[in-house]
Design a protein around this ligand. Structure first.
Ligand SMILES: [Zn+2]
Ligand SMILES: [Zn+2]
Length: 410
């Protein structure tokens, strides 16, 4: 389910409701457009957390995404949506359950007097627990070759706590969680707001030419129609993204983004596309010229259901020799990039696994797979309208129209 966040417009102060992962804030009152600049995951609190009585906030890690496993049996995946306590204070609810979905969250306030209990459990431990909940129980070293978390929302949600009557209470429900006598060894003074958590609101202006950047609320890449550049969100500001387009024709209704990650894989002796075809035992022979074509992995730049995500990545990777992307110009029918570059990198081993024709030749090496001489570009491929599906005529990638819309809220 989606989580909503109430955010005050930095210009006029009006309350705007945003999606949890939204990077762009467009104020419906004054029209101001800003992007949210942050060094790490966003941090929110359940309502009530900024009130003076609720001086203490307990951290929960929120994960929404897909866990993929590559095992002897093949590729498995589960969609996970969980919010788990990240501090072991006795009495704390282990999960926030549906509460974050039922109420509108607020961003934590740098100027508030709240104190924050430390995060003592790592996100990785909580993700492992979530994988176990999803019945993905293959064991590393036995039949598990690789595990990845994709399309994720990782954020922190704080539960307000109130200390009164020698006990700790849930600041939202006022339910008594634990008596002070049960809290020895769990100091409750908490820490101050960490400046690294600060989210800044910055004007969506092109760093190269100063024109206004375009992007949907859930986009991970904004584009400049003036100087034809693309910009992703980095830890310190906007990062220029090298982007290309495989031209369709004037009637092309839709271009979908893929991250093209070119790399060598020393452990599998894969340098070229021809190497890939041989090492993964494809049922066709390398063509002349494929030795000179550096191997690249094509990762959908959009959030898709796991099965479709793997299929689309596999098809585009196998069909890469059929497309010749060139410098493009920003046109209105470019679909927004909703999967950031960092997530695409996490998917390379999955697409390698999904695209191999002989798992036993590749899966056991996945733990040792490292990408060298890696370069990354965003490539838009043209799709044609085939009734219920969008079809990429060169590579054969097929994505259902309903799936593409659903993917926006995955
Ligand atoms: Zn405003
Ligand atoms: Zn520009």
């Amino acid at each position: 389910m989606d989580i909503q966040v109430v955010q005050n417009c930095p210009q006029c102060g009006a309350a705007v409701v945003l999606a949890e992962t939204a990077r762009l804030l467009t104020c419906t009152y004054c029209g101001t457009k800003n992007y949210l600049q942050s060094r790490g995951p966003f941090r929110y609190t359940l309502p009530g957390g900024q009130q003076p009585a609720a001086s203490l906030l307990a951290p929960y890690i929120r994960f929404k995404g897909t866990i993929f496993l590559v095992t002897d049996k093949g590729l498995e995946h589960r969609v996970i949506d969980t919010t788990q306590a990240a501090n072991p204070v006795p009495g704390l609810p282990p999960s926030l359950g549906v509460r974050p979905q039922a109420m509108q969250l607020q961003r934590i306030d740098p100027h508030g007097a709240s104190r924050y209990l430390p995060q003592t459990l790592k996100a990785s431990a909580i993700l492992e627990k979530a994988a176990a909940i999803g019945n993905l129980t293959a064991r590393a070293g036995k039949d598990l070759h690789h595990r990845a978390y994709i399309g994720e929302t990782l954020s922190y949600i704080y539960l307000p706590l109130v200390a009164k009557q020698e006990a700790l209470f849930d600041g939202v429900t006022d339910i008594r969680l634990a008596g002070f006598e049960d809290l020895s060894g769990h100091p409750l003074q908490g820490a101050k707001y960490d400046p690294d958590w600060q989210v800044r609101f910055l004007a969506t202006l092109c760093p190269q030419c100063g024109a206004g950047l375009e992007g949907a609320g859930d986009c991970q890449v904004m584009t400049c129609a003036n100087c034809q550049t693309a910009w992703g969100f980095g830890p310190e500001g906007l990062i220029g993204i090298d982007w290309l387009l495989h031209p369709g024709n004037t009637a092309t209704p839709l271009y979908l983004p893929f991250w093209r990650i070119a790399a060598h894989i020393p452990v599998l002796s894969i340098d070229s596309f021809a190497d890939f075809v041989v090492r993964t035992n494809q049922p066709f022979l390398p063509r002349p010229g494929w030795r000179e074509r550096i191997m690249s992995f094509w990762i959908p730049g959009i959030k898709l259901r796991p099965k479709i995500f793997l299929q689309a990545g596999r098809q585009a990777t196998l069909g890469q020799w059929r497309v010749s992307p060139v410098s493009g110009s920003v046109v209105p029918n470019l679909f927004p990039v909703t999967l950031p570059a960092s997530e695409a990198l996490q998917a390379v081993k999955l697409i390698l696994a999904a695209a191999t024709a002989s798992p036993r030749l590749v899966f056991p090496y996945l733990p040792q797979v490292e990408l060298t001489e890696m370069t990354m570009q965003l490539v838009y491929l043209p799709f044609v309208d085939k009734g219920h599906d969008w079809v990429q005529p060169d590579t054969g990638v097929v994505i259902g129209k309903n799936i593409l819309q659903l993917g926006r809220s995955l």
